[in-house]
Write a protein that binds this ligand. Sequence first.
Ligand code: SAM
Length: 301
Amino acid sequence: MGVHGLFSPSAMSQKPSADISRPSASRTGRGVRPPAAKRSLGQNFLVDSCVARRIVSAADVTPDDTVIEIGPGRGALTSHLAMVARRLIAIELDDELAPRLREKYATADNVEIVHADAREVQAEALLGPGESYKLVANLPYYAANPIVRKFLAANPAPSVMVFMVQREVGRSMAAQPGDMSLLSVMIQVYGTAKIAFSVPPKAFRPAPKITSAVVRIEVYERPAVSFDTAEAFFRVVRAGFSAPRKQLRNSLRHGLGLPQEAADAMLARAGIEPTRRAQTLTLPEWGALYETHRDSGEPGG
Ligand code: SAM
């Protein structure tokens, strides 16, 4: 169906057919073997349906929801989402899997398969005016950060994001002051992030070497820090993390190219001890630091 197809009640009662990792010869007419997993596209397919159900339930998908799924692959999450969501838009980059999914869901009025790179897609172009959505994904690890950050900063952003990533990446996204990183700030400016649960390698084929985690982000209506542009705010945060083991007075001096007195004055005005390290700062402290830099008249402020 087309990109802006409407919901048909019949689609809601549609039972998912078997996972397309095991397509029947009669249905596809192309033999029974699915294409081999492509390492270059981060293809570790979920084979544990219990985990698939837990991911969908972590997103609280209801029959009122529009869901964007990134990387439907062989359909492990797609079939569960298609059963519940009012509208499911699934974005798949793989040239072999996208047509297979299209074929499988050709008669499902609530499912649209978009053959595209999720890093390039504009959410706005896929949605109706004012249509809110949730994002659900088992993300390809190589592109997880850019995809998550792109959708968090999108207009419109999803109300909720539930996705699987490497556990270490998930932990960094959900970290608290003391353990924060540039990634933690990049995520938490836009929403509260929590690890929902961990997933062992044996839940996938091929099995990755590392443990994964499902992250749930409750996205704010407005970013937690009010900045003129995200770019200007993150210039300051990036500078702070440019040498994470160094004291902030040094990392800001290097990262922003400031004289030492200017870096010290910036921290003093923001009420932050100059000997603190970037990983200990809270979001309001990053906000204060950004504002003092912006108001300082220093280059790049
Ligand atoms: N959702 C399936 C599952 O849980 O078994 C597949 C997950 S697999 C980890 C990641 C999927 O994302 C693959 O199907 C891969 O082809 C797709 N993919 C990789 N890069 C992508 C991109 N840039 N945009 C959209 N899909 C992508």
